[in-house]
Design a protein around this ligand. Structure first.
Ligand SMILES: Nc1ncnc2c1ncn2[C@@H]1O[C@H](COP(=O)(O)OP(=O)(O)OP(=O)(O)O)[C@@H](O)[C@H]1O
Ligand SMILES: [Mg+2]
Length: 266
């Protein structure tokens, strides 16, 4: 038995059952032939992924091509199977006995024809209840991959603004998009705080569709710092670290706050 912190299904349920966030969570069910065919029928594309997965391992995309043909995209391989039985059997051979779930696929926008999503870091300082977005990075899937995991897919990392500007959603108003992403990410952290009191950092996997509508793919409790190192974004990296190590900063900032108020009034 693993910990709840890494259980994608339980974290999904906890967010989905919170009405203000429910519209931002793609429909997800525990994997079974029934749930799989229901969601594939409804959305035409689904993502099948392990409940205990990490780093994009075991993630499979399935698409309904019509005429009883189904495309299965796993790692860099894309196979077309005819008939439901063949299709499910093929997926089962990848899944084996692992716990899996099936999720509505978000049609992501692209950069150089590769889909991308983002990682948003949300943190609070020790003894503070104020959640802050401290980092954001665009993850572009590597050639031939569905997953945007940088190491697995040999993908690309980009800073938020230039990334969006060079993407297929570059025409959307970027400030409105960013504020929507921040709002959904902060709301997720506040909600998860009830399940993980004392936890002070979340890494949200956020995707948008071609209209800039935001979806939460996953909430990670132990987000990697490597994204910001690889990006050579020292400012963001240090901000995240300073929040992690914020033992005395709360007191000090309060002190500075009072002092600046004092100076201001004088
Ligand atoms: N519903 C979805 N729609 C579109 N893309 C998805 C969906 N679910 C997952 N993906 C893609 O697959 C990647 C991996 O999915 P997920 O984050 O759920 O698994 P993971 O193993 O935890 O990966 P990581 O450790 O990189 O976050 C996502 O970052 C995204 O690129
Ligand atoms: Mg993830």
């Amino acid at each position: 038995m693993g910990s709840v912190t890494k259980n994608k299904w339980l974290k999904y349920l906890f967010l989905k059952r919170y009405p203000p966030l429910a519209p931002y969570l793609p429909e997800t069910r525990k994997m079974s032939p029934h749930s799989f065919w229901t969601l594939l029928g409804k959305y035409r594309h689904v993502i099948v992924k392990p409940v205990w997965g990490s780093r994009g391992r075991g993630v499979i995309q399935v698409s309904d091509l019509g005429n009883d043909n189904y495309a299965i995209h796993y790692e860099r391989m894309e196979t077309v199977k005819q008939g439901r039985e063949n299709t499910y059997r093929y997926i089962k051979r990848i899944i084996r006995s692992a716990a899996y779930m099936v999720q509505q696929r978000i049609t992501r926008p692209t950069i150089n024809n590769r889909p991308f999503d983002m990682r948003v870091i949300v943190q609070r300082k020790k003894h503070s209840s104020r959640w802050v977005v401290t980092g954001k990075v665009i993850k572009v899937a590597g050639k031939g991959y569905v997953v945007s995991n940088n190491t697995r897919s040999h993908g690309q990392l980009l800073r938020f603004k230039p990334g969006i500007q060079h993407s297929s959603i570059g025409h959307l108003p970027i400030a409105a998009l960013e504020s929507q992403i921040d709002k959904v990410s902060l709301r997720s952290a506040k909600r998860l705080n009830a399940l993980f009191p004392g936890h002070r950092i979340y890494g949200l996997d956020i995707a948008t569709d071609p209209y800039g509508r935001v979806s939460i793919i996953e909430a990670n409790l132990y987000p990697a710092m490597s994204h910001f190192l690889k990006l050579k974004d020292g400012v963001t990296y240090r901000r995240i670290l300073s929040y992690k190590r914020s033992k005395y900063i709360h007191y000090r900032s309060k002190h500075i706050h009072y002092r600046s108020k004092y100076i201001h009034y004088r």
